[in-house]
Ligand binder design. Structure first.
Ligand code: NAD
Ligand code: WQD
Length: 339
């Protein structure tokens, strides 16, 4: 059994990926410092895949602890690096926290890859690197725009760090640029656990429907889109998780064409905020309180992926619909709120 290290494996996307890795026969070692997750997630993963992954509580900012981890686990064949801080607004207020947590941790991991000859590395990047795109859908060749937040900048710099490292070592890396992940596992054993008031659309919707929030604010109705609200490419987290398994297989089998590769992970379809709201109401039968308010500073008008490269080169495609995602998100919300 090939052993894969999953950093941030108790987090939202990491936990769903651990399930898919285990279902595909990999041995998983999760490390997480629980800064944005809970130990309960381990039980959720175990309930779904009937296998308990190994877990160590470890803070990747502590270089000596990272070195020690690799000294004790010399059979790691690949790494999927999810661990990072991800709140865009917080990164503007506290940039050093973000540069430390998102860049130092990557560097320490890559140093260990060099030390132990670990060749296979998958990185969680983001469509945020494209900024406001010039053309839609967005291909991987679209220019990387000047970052509008320290968070976004850490993703751009991380990709450069990976590219430069791959150029001078045996490291092979795939950066996966996620569009907007939503939804939860269909069993409702794992899902998204936002801390405090959710910044993202779907958790805000489900918390509003659950009665935790009075109403959803729809940020802007005067954008140059059909209904005036912003357009995003919402991808089911389980589809996203499966792409990581395929990407890891590609690296392990040396099928990668260049040592550093980038793939968009989205559905290829854009949906407006109001379409998501309508779809939620229709799918779940829940009436959603919402009001239109001013634009949120920093929001781009429309983003959705060109998925041709991921479809043809990775051989991956999404299987789930927006309705599947919203239904699973609602099922998860009801479970954690006991409703
Ligand atoms: P998440 O916060 O749910 O998961 C990240 C996990 O990493 C958490 O469990 C957290 O406790 C852990 N972690 C953070 N810093 C750590 C450290 N120093 N040491 C050990 N563990 C640490 O986030 P997520 O939504 O699952 O995102 C995973 C990755 O995907 C991140 O790199 C994020 O930037 C990226 N991404 C997320 C989205 C999104 O919308 N969720 C979109 C694009 C990219
Ligand atoms: C989606 C749409 C909002 C909340 C962020 C990060 C990005 C990436 C994914 C990590 C927008 C609207 C939202 C609300 C609303 N993360 N909205 N009311 O902004 O596309 O991307 O998460 O890499 O980097 O910036 O996602 O879910 O916040 O917003 O109207 O209460 O929903 O304006 O149009 P976003 P989001």
């Amino acid at each position: 059994m090939k052993k894969i290290l999953v950093t941030g494996g108790l987090g939202y996307i990491g936990s769903h990926t651990v399930v898919e890795l285990q279902n595909s026969g990999y041995q998983v070692l999760i490390i997480d410092n629980l800064s944005n997750s809970s130990l309960d997630v381990l039980q959720g993963i175990t309930n779904i895949s009937k296998t308990a992954p190994s877990f160590e509580r470890l803070d990747l900012r502590l270089k000596a602890d990272v070195s020690d981890l690799f000294k004790r686990n010399q059979d790691i064949e690949g790494i999927i690096h999810f661990a990072a801080s991800k709140a865009v607004g917080e990164s503007v207020e506290n940039p050093l926290l973000y540069y430390e947590n998102n860049l130092n941790t990557l560097i320490y991991l890559l140093q260990e890859c060099n030390a132990y000859g670990i060749k296979n590395f998958i990185f969680s990047s983001s469509c945020t690197v494209y900024g406001e795109p010039d053309t839609l859908p967005i291909t991987e060749n679209a220019p990387v725009k000047e970052a509008t937040s320290p968070y976004g900048n850490t993703k751009q710099i991380s990709e450069e760090i990976l590219k430069d490292t791959c150029a001078v070592s045996s490291l092979k890396s795939i950066a996966l640029r996620y569009f907007n992940p939503i939804g939860a596992h269909q069993t409702a054993e794992i899902g998204e656990l936002p801390v405090g008031v959710p910044q993202n659309l779907v958790p805000f919707i489900t918390q509003t429907a659950a009665g935790l929030r009075k109403e959803l604010s729809v940020f802007g109705s005067d954008y140059p889109t059909e209904d005036g609200s912003c357009i995003r490419d919402y991808i089911h987290v389980v589809d996203l998780a499966k792409a990581h398994v395929i990407a890891m297989e590609r690296l392990l089998k040396d099928q990668n064409e260049t040592q550093f590769e980038v793939f968009n992970l989205g559905t290829g379809r854009g949906s407006s905020v109001l379409e998501v709201v309508n779809s939620f109401e229709k799918t779940t039968g829940q009436k959603l309180n919402y009001k239109i308010v001013d634009r949120r500073p920093g929001d781009v008008i429309a983003v959705y992926a060109d998925t041709k490269k991921a479809n043809e080169v990775l051989g991956w495609k999404t299987e789930k619909t927006m309705e599947d995602a919203l239904e699973s998100a609602w099922k998860w919300e009801r479970k954690i709120r006991n409703i």
